[in-house]
Design a protein around this ligand. Sequence first.
Ligand code: G3I
Length: 380
Amino acid sequence: MEVATRHTRWSLLSGGYVADMKRILADLSRNGAILLLLLLTACSDDSDQQLDARTSLADAARQAELQVGVAFGNNASAGRRTLAASEFTSITPENAMKWPSLAAAPGAYDFSDADQLVDFALSNGQRIRGHTLFWHRSNGLPSWVRDELEEASDPAARLRELMVDHTARVVGRYAGRIAQWDVINEPLALVSGAFDPENIFYELLGEEYLDMALLEAHAADPSAELFINETFTEFQAEKFDGLLALAQRLLDRGIPLHGIGLQGHFFLRAPDETILRDQLQRIADMGLLSEITELDIPLPLFSERAEPLEGQAQAYADVFDACLAVDLCTGITTWGLDDANTWLDSFVLSAGNAPNRPLLFDQELNAKPAYDSVVEALLR
Ligand code: G3I
């Protein structure tokens, strides 16, 4: 019996092939289950390709030489893992590398979750963005750290010690494997260009906490690109200016800062391509890389439109166009894979609009119009 070649499989698929295929499969079944299985596998690969002849997001990303990433966790279903592996070129652990996830108690580091994600990404040939070393908000800081600082006779010295130890353990463990680190997350106030007064790192150590964290991270992995990742800058000129001024002071002091991440949580207002492109260009003009690190654009923003999904698709394309226009904008990561799992559905300011449906894949893992518009933007 002749085993189907690549060419014959394609010609089978190009005509009235369904009846033929049934007949061939029935013949084959008489010749053994293994051969049947082989052909079924081969045919299903090709029929997928035929039904779905579009260029994948990851292929388009490679052609555009832009990293397109997804925030991801280990508890995802098999279907989601397959999608994350095949459609994206970069992975950001959504929560697994945050300090409380790594160390639930003093000194009790458990890297199993983070290791699994690193193995997953590397086995798929994907880049990894490490997220995040130092974040004072939400659940970014373990409660035991706050407890220790309250009890310490010299809280600043204790915090410095803990930060040095944390950086060495975490960045050192993944040295050479994690391409970019969000060393500092959200240092500034939500609505101004000044430091957040609630930022305990700043409160105890002053601006020097960034110098120290970046220097330690660089020592632990000289090959990693080190980022400050900030939120809600996209529509706040003053906050963006404050962020760039901070970055410039670091560069002036010779601190190893390589890039700025703009998170891109557009739940209050749809992105403005011109503003975003100008911001990314200003970052590039300082010689720094930029990435959109946590992109999501909720559908309710476009509810006034006849076709909300098209409005969302255009908004996604705007963000990609802005980044593609700037050489040093090296990647865009969506903050989640699909609409069934998004932080926006439980966040206080956006939960009222749930389901926010802010991502490229819907709840059933189907690609949305935004997916197509992003692929188009990448291929332009
Ligand atoms: O895994 C536990 C689960 O065992 C427990 O039953 C449940 C009860 O609340 O909590 C689960 O952990 C939650 C975790 O998400 C996983 O779902 C945490 O409580 C919850 O705080 C955590 O929220 C994350 C949040 O950061 C705080 O760390 C979101 O998933 C994550 O999307 C969000 O991401 C942040 C970025 O890191 C920084 N920029 C803003 C962005 C959105 O807040």
